[in-house]
Design a protein around this ligand. Sequence first.
Ligand code: WT7
Length: 663
Amino acid sequence: MTTEPPKTGAEWQAEQSFPPSEAFRAQANAPDHDIYARAAANPEAFWEGFARELEWFTPWTQALEWNPPHAKWFLGGSLNVSVNCLDRHLAVHGDRRAIVWEGEPGDTRVYTYRQLHAEVCRFANVLRRMGIGRGDCVSIYMPMVPEAAIAMLACTRIGAIHSVVFGGFSTEALQERTNDCRARLMITADGYWRRGSVVPLKQVADAALPQCPSVEKLVVLQRLGEKHPVEMLAGRDCWWHDLMAAETDVCAPEHMDSEDPLYILYTSGSTGKPKGILHTTGGYLTGVYATTRLVFDLKPSDLYWCTADIGWVTGHSYVVYGPLANGASVFMYEGSPDWSKEGKPCRDRFWDMIERYKITILYTAPTLIRACMKWGEEHPAAHNLTSLRLLGSVGEPINPEAWLWYHRHIGGERCPIVDTWWQTETGAIMITPLPGLVSTRPGSATRPFPGIVADVVDENGKSLPPDHKGILVIRKPWPSMLRTLWGDDHRYQQVYWSKFQGLYFPGDGALRDQEGNFWLLGRVDDIMLVAGHNISTMEMESTLIEHPAVAEAAVIGKSHEIKGQTPVAFVIVKEQSAPLPSDHDAIHKLGAELKEFVSHRLGAICRPEEVILTADLPKTRSGKIMRRLLRDIAEGRVMGDTTTLADPAVVAGIREKYGNEED
Ligand code: WT7
């Protein structure tokens, strides 16, 4: 939950409201307000309407089978995702741009639908020749290059299940995810460009693979080229371009059952190892197709840019599958927002590209917007951004200040903003305004997408009246919902369906105001959202404890102006390793070492902003660490309720320490 004082209903109401413009409404894909009533009256028929717009080899015989908490959608139907994202468009607009890409150093590439189709078929043939087929898992560890999308789509063409691992993740994270799904093949690149430096992706894959016994081969894309040579292991490693050269661009698509697995994507769990979210074929594609169409209002004339990396669900649903299923033109960028194509630090790379490519729709994260706010409005102001007509936000609650800044300085007060709430688990957008239809309020994701039945309940699962803070739940199954956790259905039932009987529990706090707008209030469990990335405090704690000097650790998410939250670690050092309290150098050195340790093990986004060495941690009598108190300390608040604390002196001790350590 967020830690600001609760707002009253009147305060929410006092916030500004932005009604949709007539001009936008007149051309919007979302037809009229009736869509909400129609979907509510018969959600299954509503979803079937979208499914029918896709291409099926065999039509389904039943829309939904619901054995709580297990759903099947479009039973008996068969289809292929790559056919729907590519082949389906060729007859009418094969020459439309599918992917427009720019690398960080400014190199560019464009693929029409026809070209993308050919590349995907060719790579699908590569996979088949390597013996990969239906139901095999493929681990994709790639940068933001068109080949990442090609690899994903090629898997779908032959019925292989992909598991994309974010290119910023460490060796250990890659190993754990690759082993959990027993991937037979890994696809990577020699490296990629980030802030003017090379990120040596293949080195990480090389380090991971000796501990990944299921992986037989490694396909390596040459992104950097001859100037940055990599070692190729004979018998295991093959170059992407060599394999491609040997294949044709004709590839018969596999007929997949609607409920066949499409992909696995790992997301942090509040306890223990990452959760392998499983999405299946027909329902997922229907969900992302419908939401992309209505929420982003895509038209043939648009150039649409979702800034998410392919390693996150946003990259799956709204860089690749949703937009391509809609036949849209998608922009992709390899690098960092603060690096120019001339190879220098800058503050306007995004605005520069929007101007140069005439991008019309921008979908990004609050953390990026807050960083840009900090850099100053003169940077967007120096560019012509009038091509933009719609803006989106995703990943965490967007604070009204950032919303208004986005509206004024990027949207020119002309573009509707869609603040979209959803999760890796939901597969597609769940709560969002429909542009042209719904009035927006800065900080609110507004209303459930048609066909989605969301509610706010109390601890007992009882529906709350308007203006009460509670827990968000979803009351009915939807096509793109996760089907299970890979290899752990028990945990699936535990995590999402055991808190309230028959209700999906996403783990977010929420309030619904008198107008029916939803305000998302952050996580109710111990997951942090650092710059829009879901990070488990438990995973960080277990990592810290692996360091030889650490006895115990508690990690909390501290509010952060730009990133939303940032990790702060409270660490009890083993006696023999503990520096003397007066030895500031040694304390500083150990702190720095622990930050590095976590960053190395889990990836740079998990790097603790602060490490506080302490003699003890505040615990309840039953031995649970009271993270709420640690958050109070880290955020400099007066102490909350300490009645259940075993030893109140502990808190005073930490507070004193924390005061001393503050940079
Ligand atoms: C969690 C899911 C959805 C793709 C990116 C993150 C938070 C996401 C919003 C939003 C408030 C949001 C929630 C959710 N979240 N979008 N518009 N407003 N909170 O996917 O890593 O699965 O994280 O992100 O807390 O549960 P994810």
